[in-house]
Design a protein around this ligand. Structure first.
Ligand code: ADP
Ligand code: MG
Length: 763
């Protein structure tokens, strides 16, 4: 395999005010890092816990700017790509440690842009500097989630959704992904557009497809193809640069997680350890076989990891003690240990039989256990201490006692209010049906579907006492509102929860009617959140019968829900304007220098012609010029230098302006989309449909193309587009850009919205 390039490794420490000096130490040359964890004495005397680690690296990036990170980590890799070397830069680390910040950077601030946009800039700079070569640049953006491949640029209008799933294919030229869209970009700006498109898709996908973006690997690839314009026989140079934002490396505990999370954890843990295996194998010069094909990640990167490739692994770590210790895991272990100790104590006592108490428990002891069980069920006691086996058995006994008592209480409470009929007593049921009190399915007449009072209540197995984490059930809302309003209903929510489904309820004829009316009223009104139970609700004035004109509403929106995005939008715009101003000043300076250069050139020419007329002096082949001409030459040289510097500045400024322009466009798009949503929510969507949009509803606020829920009339749509152009004129280009983006987003959200509506409907 020839000589392999070394894998370069760096650590970037996330800045913190609370840096763990006593735990993290860097070597003097900044090329090693030592991590020291304090020995946890609470874990007992016999303690094999490892407390010290030492890593050799190519560099530690502490409080490093994005600029410095790029210089250190990426610049050479990108530079060598134009000479034909494939390169891969990967960010590895726990979620939140700064991988995406390092790779993509923040989109709010040009200065904080990450490796991706900088790499694109460098590639296009280098192309400008090599006019003798014809160089083409293509990009693609791949996401790997649960071993499935997703094209983050498939949303572009000319790509279209792929029919067959993507596959990784190997041919003599290398590895490529069949079905992944690859985009030719002739200038920096196009490349930025693609990057933004992909980033937006990453965010949208996490909402519409319920993917957690930190649980997937994202690979942005820049493909470079170059050949000499002058030498016809020179071969083509092809190379690619993979910029990889890996999934969060935290080990998700398998015991606690289930379903989706467990699946994600399994795939991430597997793919990261396969990556590790591949990298270790690459580092071993004697190894012939490198296991690339074990997972999609290493397979897709196969031709960019090994051999003659530049490879950089940047590990993002937190600088805080709390994060280093993985506190959660330690706590779990501690708890487990405590339980084990208790178990051992029981064994011990069984063995020497000194503590074992075989006497039956007396009444006081039993009453105490009964009280413990009740407090445990209420949630006021966290744990019941285990003392011995007999006590454990008594705890179980008392559980049974308390439970059957509660059952009886509930039943009698219900009987006081309702007539109970056995579900299998068809004669009785049909009599009640005839009287019109229940419908055929046994629901109370006039109730919304499936909310039959007393039917379909929380099953017996539901853990009583402890409040479930999910949002309040309808029954809980009902009972808590009843309690708050001081209603005298003897049926508390808790009691309802434990009612069995053996019986079904109809209102008793005596007092039921009045109360049931109020309950039914509440039930219908409970579709809207109960005032005291919905702290998150925005305080919105009642709806006007006719919606306000959009320009007026837009001003309100900017002060309300849109204030934050409007602030960012304004900030970006002012940065953009400031850069534009500087660019125009620089241009003026360049023009002035150019004029002066022209004047100087003319003067020089004049001097030269004068010299020629007077006859040239020559001394041993050296031309002799007078001082005036000499000074002019010096001046021209100096001007040229100034010109070049200013020109370089202007080029940088222009790139920055382009970037800022994209940010401004993106913000404007967000602002208008959110306004669209807000306006429709506030004035058009029927309030019952908004349930799905509420916090905890099936659709996340801010991600819904409300125009899809209640599509406005064509006229209104047209007027709105016009309004957008009038309100925020930034040139026709940005409007086209904005329109394209809105369409993309609407397409993404359409499916999600329909699903949400179906769910709301089913409820
Ligand atoms: P990851 O992608 O590893 O989950 P992020 O890159 O999203 O983590 O970082 C989490 C948060 O910390 C973000 O808000 C990000 O802006 C911030 N952050 C990360 N690294 C830095 C840094 N070096 N300087 C400033 N902010 C940072
Ligand atoms: Mg991330």
């Amino acid at each position: 395999m020839g000589t392999r390039k070394k894998v370069h490794t760096f650590v970037r420490v996330k800045p913190t005010d609370d840096f763990a000096h006593e735990m993290i130490k860097y070597g003097d040359d900044n090329k090693s890092i030592d991590i020291h964890l304090k020995k946890d004495t609470r874990r007992g005397v016999v303690n094999n816990q490892q407390t010290d680690w030492s890593f050799k690296l190519d560099g530690v990036l502490h409080n490093a700017s994005q600029d410095l990170v790029y210089e250190t980590v990426a610049k050479d890799v990108v530079a060598q790509a134009l000479d034909g070397y494939n390169g891969t830069i990967m960010c590895y680390g726990q979620t939140g440690a700064g991988k995406t910040y390092t790779m993509t950077g923040t989109t709010e601030n040009y200065k904080h842009r990450g490796i991706l946009p900088r790499a694109l800039q460098q590639v296009f700079r280098m192309i400008e500097e090599r006019p003798t070569h014809a160089i083409t640049v293509r990009v693609s953006y791949l996401e790997i989630y649960n071993e499935s491949l997703f094209d983050l640029l498939s949303t572009l209008p000319y790509v279209g959704p792929s029919v067959t799933p993507m596959t990784i294919v190997e041919n003599p030229q290398g590895v490529f992904i069949k079905g992944l869209s690859v985009h030719l970009t002739s200038q920096e700006e196009d490349a930025f557009s693609l990057l933004f498109e992909g980033e937006t898709n990453r965010i949208i996908a996490s909402h519409t497809m319920n993917k957690n973006s930190s649980r997937s690997h994202c690979i942005f690839t820049i493909y470079v193809e170059a050949h000499s314009r002058t030498l016809s026989d020179e071969k083509y140079i092809t190379s690619k640069i993979n910029l990889v934002d890996l999934a969060g490396s935290e080990r998700l505990g398998k015991s606690g997680s289930e379903g989706r999370v467990l699946k994600e954890a399994t795939y991430i843990n597997k793919s990261l350890s396969f990556l590790e295996q591949a990298i270790i194998a690459l580092g071993d010069q004697k190894r012939e076989h490198i296991p690339f094909r074990q997972c999609k990640l290493t397979h897709a990167l196969k031709d960019s990891l090994g051999g003659n490739c530049n490879m950089v692994l940047l590990t993002n770590i937190y600088g805080e003690a709390a994060q280093l210790e993985e506190t959660r895991m330690v706590k779990n272990l501690e708890k487990e240990l405590a339980l084990l100790k208790q178990e051992l104590a029981i064994h011990d006592s069984l063995a020497n039989r000194t503590l074992v108490n075989y006497d039956p428990m007396d009444e006081i002891q039993i009453a105490e256990i009964n009280s413990q069980v009740r407090r445990y069920l209420e949630g006021t006691l966290d744990e019941i201490d285990i003392i011995n086996l007999r006590q454990i058995q008594e705890v179980f006994n008392q559980f049974r006692v308390v439970l059957s008592q509660q059952e009886q209480e509930v039943e009698s409470a219900l009987r006081r209010k309702y007539t109970l009929i056995d579900k299998n007593d068809f004669a009785a049921i049909s009599a009640v049906q005839k009287a019109g009190l229940v419908d055929v399915d046994g629901h109370l007449v006039g109730e919304p579907d499936g909310q039959g009072f007393g039917l379909g209540v929380t099953p017996f197995s539901a853990k009583p006492g402890k409040k479930s984490k999910s949002k309040k059930t309808f029954k809980e809302q009902l009972s808590s509102s009843a309690r708050k309003e001081g209603a005298s209903s003897p049926v508390s929510g808790k009691e309802l929860d434990v009612s069995t489904s053996k019986t079904q309820l109809t209102p008793s004829s005596k007092e039921g009617d009045v109360k049931d009316m109020t309950i039914r009223e509440r039930e219908t009104s409970s579709i809207e959140p109960l005032p005291s139970d919905s702290p998150k609700e925005e305080l919105r004035p009642p709806r006007p019968s006719t919606p306000p004109p959009k320009p007026v509403a837009f001003e309100d929106f900017k002060n309300e829900r849109g204030s934050e995005i409007n602030r960012i939008f304004k900030e970006n715009k002012s940065i953009l304007n400031e850069r534009r101003k500087r660019a125009s000043e620089t241009t003026q300076r360049i023009n002035a220098i150019k004029r002066e250069m022209d004047v100087t050139k003319e003067a020089l020419n004049f001097q030269k012609s004068l010299r020629e007329k007077q006859g040239e002096y020559e001394n041993k082949g050296l031309m002799i010029i007078d001082e005036e001409e000499f000074l002019l030459i010096l001046k021209l040289k100096d001007l040229k230098k100034q010109y070049r510097t200013e020109y370089q500045d202007l080029r940088d400024l222009r790139a920055e302006i382009q970037y800022c322009q994209h940010l401004v466009d993106q913000c404007r798009h967000r602002l208008l989309t959110e306004f669209d949503i807000w306006y429709n929510e506030s004035f058009f969507i029927p309030e019952d449909l908004q349930v799905a949009l509420k916090p905890g509803g099936s659709i996340r606020p801010g991600m819904v193309p409300v125009s899809r829920i209640m599509s406005l009339g064509e006229d209104a749509q047209d007027k709105f587009s016009q309004l957008q152009q009038v309100l925020l004129p930034e040139g026709p280009d940005s409007v086209a850009f904005y329109n394209a983006k809105v369409k993309t987003e609407q397409k993404h959200n359409y499916l999600k919205t329909m699903m949400g509506l179906q769910q709301a409907h089913r409820k």
